[in-house]
Design a protein around this ligand. Structure first.
Ligand SMILES: Cc1cc2nc3c(=O)[nH]c(=O)nc-3n(C[C@H](O)[C@H](O)[C@H](O)COP(=O)(O)OP(=O)(O)OC[C@H]3O[C@@H](n4cnc5c(N)ncnc54)[C@H](O)[C@@H]3O)c2cc1C
Length: 503
């Protein structure tokens, strides 16, 4: 194991920070009571910025004594109001606890919950030349991301982040209301192993507060260089037939090229289609491990397959070589803009590409002249590969044979427009899954949704008429086991939100 000595131990700064309490009269308060989604702004009595596990234990103990509801925030990227909820009185903000180091005592890499993915990528790569197959957004927090499963640029080759999770350090609250720290690992004889398992995809805010993850012992080496490319078929040249062909081609390609041994496991690519009121079109952004044998030809074949039968040439950028860390740290787009920070996401795992009927529905919603929003889009992201080598019960991530993750996204700025944008995305999603009660039930074409893309509508009978409960959509057969873990480790249901696990 190579790397700088300073990186081998917990950074001294971690324990010397804080705690700091931020109350409503503090200039820091407006920043600390919201996350990335400005639809939700909390009103806690205090935000506790913590720098060590002991400080988390103390902050939780104090909140318990005062009878105040707690929520934890790490990177603040939650789609829903799980943290910024009016009932939450104490927010424990993990962001100062952001160390990333090699822990010789555990023989694994330690990632503190407050580290962002960008910090994780940089330290792991500069220190050891390794990485995690985690998300493609550097400001997402490890705290909420990892325990929800975590996937990204390298997942087709290296699986989900939790496939590399060795252990967790968690602050839990027992039946007497006492907060304490527990370490749970995947070791077969670990008496706390069930708590480790629940953190391999069970989702945030359920069992306690994760202070530290251990990953490894070995971690994947990322490609030295990626080939970046983008193809754009502009709306101005697209009719419904060409649009349909593009979406059909994308689905078919992933159905055929998402097996674990595919030469394309080094490829990460997504198709994004903004509403026609945007100046864009159907965009496919791709990066591909440049060291893949015959990479240039494979990439050209991929591009050709996507455009097959489409009577319109795309605008092509690249392929352009890009070094790994630069690409992994890039925060260039796809996140709305500074002002349009209210958003709603919905998602679905796809075992197969979209049906003709679904493509027609997508075309209708993405071109309707009744709705105008350049920041409304439909996305499909290539998935599968190594992810699908893991048994559905081995981790809490039950979806292990999908080829695509799809996402519906809408961003806007003005609260007065909430209804308009929410109606567009809700009815779009409902109509896409009209034959299965408005949601992507586990069947031979869809497989529920991803808890790191939480959508409270799945628990709302107005939007989910399938008879399949929200927890089956997220966890499938793993839910009863998660309930048992919840009963054991959070018997007082201290950690709860709209989609939290019920014991
Ligand atoms: C712009 C954007 C890009 C994204 N890209 C990807 C991607 O490429 N791949 C992917 O898999 N996901 C992606 N996501 C989803 C992301 O993984 C989830 O939103 C994740 O939960 C965010 O974690 P966080 O710590 O930033 O968020 P937070 O809002 O801090 O937390 C999210 C949830 O986890 C809980 N939580 C946070 N910290 C802890 C902790 N220490 N212990 C216990 N519970 C905790 C919170 O209470 C909350 O319920 C993206 C999200 C956004 C907004």
């Amino acid at each position: 194991m190579a790397g700088g000595a300073a990186l081998f131990a917990p950074p001294a700064s971690a324990s010397s920070f804080g705690p700091i309490s931020v109350r409503p009269d503090d200039i820091r308060y407006p920043d600390l009571v919201r996350g990335d989604n400005h639809r939700f702004v909390g009103t806690p009595d205090v935000v506790r910025l913590v720098g060590s596990t002991d400080q988390v234990v103390r902050a939780v103990s104090e909140a318990m004594r005062a009878g105040k509801r707690i929520a934890v925030r790490s990177g603040g990227h939650c789609f829903e109001d799980f943290v910024a909820n009016p009932s939450v009185r104490v927010v424990i903000d993990m962001s100062p606890m952001n160390g990333v180091y090699y822990d010789t005592s555990r023989g694994a890499f330690a990632v503190e919950a407050g580290a962002t993915l960008g910090e994780v990528y940089e330290t792991l790569f500069k220190g050891w030349g390794v990485t995690l197959p985690a998300g493609a957004w550097p400001t997402v927090g490890a705290g909420g991301h990892i325990l929800g499963g975590g996937y990204g640029m390298l997942s087709r080759r290296h699986g989900c982040v939790v496939d590399h999770l060795y252990g967790v350090e968690v602050v839990v609250v027992d039946a007497s209301g006492t907060a304490r720290t527990v370490v749970a690992t995947r070791e077969p004889d670990d008496p706390n192993r069930d708590l480790w398992w629940a953190h391999t995809g069970g989702g945030g805010g359920n069992f306690g507060i994760v202070t530290r993850y251990w990953l490894g012992p070995e971690l994947p080496r990322p490609p030295a260089t990626l080939l970046y490319s983008s193809l754009v078929w502009p709306w101005s040249g697209l009719n419904e037939a060409a649009f349909s062909r593009l979406l059909h081609n994308f689905g078919t390609w992933y159905e055929r090229n998402s097996a674990p041994g595919s030469p394309y496991t080094g490829l990460f690519s997504g198709m994004g289609v903004p509403h026609r009121s945007s100046s864009g079109g159907v965009v496919v952004g791709t990066h591909f491990d440049a060291a893949t044998p015959d990479a240039a030809r494979l990439l050209a074949d991929y591009h050709a397959a996507l455009g097959d039968g489409v009577p319109l040439q795309p605008f092509v950028t690249g392929p352009t070589p890009m070094p790994w860390l630069y690409a992994a740290s890039w925060r260039g787009g796809g996140d709305g803009d500074l002002i349009a920070r209210r958003f709603k996401f919905k998602a679905a795992y796809l075992r197969k590409g979209l049906s003709d009927g679904q493509i027609a529905t997508a075309y209708r919603y993405l071109t309707t002249p009744d709705y105008h929003n350049p920041n409304a889009l439909f996305v499909m992201i290539g998935y599968g590969g190594q992810v699908n080598t893991v048994a559905p019960s081995a981790t809490a991530v039950a979806q292990r044979d999908s080829a695509i993750k799809s996402a519906y996204q809408v961003y806007w700025a003005d609260p007065a427009e909430d209804d308009r944008h929410l109606t567009w995305i809700r009815t779009f999603y409902r109509d896409m899954y009209a034959s299965t009660g408005g949601v992507p039930v586990p069947d031979d074409t869809t497989d529920g949704s991803y808890i790191n893309y939480p959508d409270a509508d799945l628990a709302d009978l107005r939007w989910n008429t399938s008879g399949v409960p929200w927890h089956t959509l997220y966890y499938k057969d793993n839910y009863p086991r998660l309930q048992r873990v919840k009963a054991r480790w959070d018997p007082r249901n201290v950690f709860q939100h709209t989609l939290s696990i019920r014991a």
